[in-house]
Write a protein that binds this ligand. Structure first.
Ligand code: ADP
Ligand code: MG
Length: 340
């Protein structure tokens, strides 16, 4: 009979449990690794996936690199270079701060990291399987970091079996890739799947990025939105009502450059389009909200796609009126022919 004494779980077991919240599918790994690459100050990020990320997810950046003596620490839970104390939670500028992603990913996959800082002559290569260090050696390396994640969920059969087809997993990955690429038009991105280039995005501004990601025709659909207030700096684009679709998918809010979902703010946008759209049509939008991090809580969920605003109602009103204003300014008349 097993003993009923209370004991602390070994770290690799705790990490495996926590990983369930952070890593739902290959796209979660893509999100975490790409966010780390952004936080490292990269201006070129390359994503390579094979078979919907099931056999390989590789993110290579030209950012800061990780100091040799800190590489192992980076894979421990609650190990982060991004915050130091509780107060820092109220002034978060980085994507990460929980120090969970690398520990989680390493607990449920085979991970290889190659990294070098600009001032170091050689790089370092480590290989970690199920949270255990298997290899560590000096190597020749570009400045920056390259993470390769293989055999995702190799030790969690239930999760592995739950994965959908390669095509569906690739769609989720593409969604995450686009969210990050749109949030950071100043960064160049490349994305390969099974050896084919899916995206090759030069650095530029938001308008250019939208055209590169969504297609050349996007340009004529865009209406700029701009509003500066004490509570929020709002910028970005909405799509003219004629381009509204019956399906969702082109709705993007970025709060302090982080993609978030907000049914409440979505409602504000819908309210601004009132009378311009037939029932069950959704307008496209790409809206950036800059708010004081002290008045924002991004620590609601491990994936950070939900946030809480202190000034929610004010934001609603500002958003609605700014969009109405933009729609009016561009004299966008309601279109009757929606059967295209
Ligand atoms: P967090 O991003 O919340 O800090 P992570 O587990 O994602 O936690 O990463 C742990 C630490 O490893 C980061 O704080 C950072 O210092 C370092 N790190 C991770 N990825 C990179 C990268 N691509 N370039 C440089 N440093 C990185
Ligand atoms: Mg991170």
């Amino acid at each position: 009979m097993t003993e009923k004494r209370i004991q602390l779980l070994p770290e690799h077991v705790a990490n495996q449990i926590a990983a369930g919240e952070v890593v739902q599918r290959p796209a979660s790994v893509v999100k975490e690794l790409m966010e780390n690459a952004i936080d490292a100050g990269s201006d070129l990020i390359q994503l390579i996936v094979k078979e919907g990320g099931k056999t390989l997810i590789q993110v290579t950046d030209n950012g800061s690199g990780i100091p040799e003596e800190q590489v192992e620490l980076a894979f421990q839970r609650h190990a982060t270079s991004k915050i130091r104390q509780a107060e820092d939670l109220f002034q978060i500028q980085s994507k990460g701060f929980r120090g969970e992603a690398l520990a989680s990913i390493a607990a449920i996959a085979h991970v290889e990291l190659q990294t070098r800082q600009a001032q170091d002559e050689t790089g370092l290569r480590v290989r970690i399987e199920g949270g255990t260090l298997k290899e560590k050696e000096a190597c020749a390396s570009q400045v920056g970091s390259s993470f390769s994640v293989k055999q995702l969920f190799y030790n969690i059969p239930a999760r592995r079996n739950f994965l959908k087809s390669d095509a569906v997993e690739l769609r989720h990955i593409t969604e995450e890739f686009q969210r990050i690429a749109l949030a950071h038009p100043e960064v160049a991105f490349r994305f390969y799947s099974n050896g084919n280039v899916l995206f090759d995005l030069p650095p530029g501004n938001l308008k250019l990025r939208l055209v590169h990601v969504l297609g050349a025709k996007t340009k004529e659909k865009l209406v700029p939105v701009e509003e500066e207030t004490d509570v929020v700096n709002l910028s970005g684009f909405i799509l003219k009502p004629d381009y509204a679709k019956k399906s969702r998918g082109e709705q993007y809010f970025f709060v302090n450059n982080r993609f978030v979902k907000s049914p409440y703010l979505h409602h504000a946008v819908m309210a601004a389009y009132e009378g311009l759209l037939p029932a069950n049509f959704y307008p496209g939008y790409f809206l950036f909200l800059e708010v004081d991090p002290a008045r924002l809580d991004v620590n609601i969920h491990p994936t950070k796609t939900e946030v809480k605003f202190e000034d929610e109602q004010t934001l609603y009103a500002i958003l609605r009126s700014a969009i109405k204003h933009s729609l009016g300014q561009f004299q966008v008349a309601p279109t009757l022919d929606f059967n295209r």
